[in-house]
Design a protein around this ligand. Structure first.
Ligand code: ATP
Length: 244
């Protein structure tokens, strides 16, 4: 899904939390949103799925303004995994995952999705009785079942142990869709994204390929930290924070 964000601003009352954001993304891009706490990453993700509307500017998906997509179509083609997995009503894990396909004809079975996300053993447990990381995995399985053309993930690594974190981010990177995920860990973003967007105070300060964005001067500007950039054996950047 192609995305075109034009001069988008967003206010919470008088607080301008997004300020003239411009961004064009090609279909199937795997995008990482970076930036310090409160810079506007979640707000941008909520705007992209139509949960909130821009105060100014416009967003188009596949060349059609978001405001022209009908709600049902949008909820089938765009999926958002929130940062804090919500407490569900008294639903089982299987029922929560099944909500991902409530508006679709299923192409893969619920059993397959539960299995692919290693949730078979807890499928009949109450969602409310799961740990934070287990809930996060259930919410990802719901999104996986939905198979949206545009997958939005707010801090997908939240709560997850390193093994489940890699399993989920590997799945995201292999899906043939567009994904935009916010990250606090530069090194996860470097491994799983092909394009990064660095934000500060509601603005994009730089966007581009991983190597262009993970530069010491940009990270100093956004976060006020000194870093050096190392490389792993595949040449992927590793950001190492210098002792403060
Ligand atoms: N419901 C709300 N009402 C008022 N202000 C809000 C609301 N939600 C967010 N904000 C403000 O909007 C700004 C951007 O918040 P947002 O959640 O988009 O940041 P973020 O980059 O996702 O932060 P984090 O990395 O901490 O999750 C923050 O200053 C926040 O206080």
């Amino acid at each position: 899904m192609q995305i075109n964000i034009k001069n988008v601003s967003y206010y919470f009352r008088t607080n301008k939390v997004l300020d003239g954001v411009d961004l064009q993304l090609p279909a199937k891009a795997k995008v990482g949103l970076l930036g310090p706490n409160g810079c506007g990453k979640t707000t941008l993700l909520k705007l992209l799925c139509g949960l909130i509307k821009p105060s100014a500017g416009s967003i188009s998906l596949n060349h059609t303004p978001l405001s022209h997509h009908n709600r049902q179509q949008l909820s089938a083609t765009v999926g958002l995994m929130m940062q804090h997995a919500p407490a569900a009503l008294d639903l089982t894990v299987a029922q929560v995952v099944a909500l991902g396909r409530i508006r679709h004809r299923c192409q893969q079975t619920l059993t397959d999705v539960l299995q692919q996300n290693s949730l078979n053993d807890v499928a009949q447990m109450s969602y409310n009785q799961l740990s934070g990381g287990e809930r996060q995995r259930v919410m990802f399985a719901q999104l996986h079942y939905q198979q949206p053309q545009l997958m939005l993930l707010d801090e997908p690594a939240n709560h997850l142990d390193i093994n489940h974190c890699y399993q989920i981010l590997n799945k995201v990177s292999r899906l043939q869709n567009t994904s935009i995920a916010s990250y606090h860990c530069f090194n996860l973003a470097a491994v799983f994204c092909d394009y990064l967007v660095l934000m500060q105070h509601g603005k994009i300060i730089v966007s581009g390929k991983v190597e262009q964005v993970l530069q010491p001067h940009w990270l100093k500007q956004a976060y006020g930290i000194d870093v050096e950039i190392l490389r792993n054996s595949q040449g992927t950047p590793i950001v190492s924070v210098k002792n403060q």
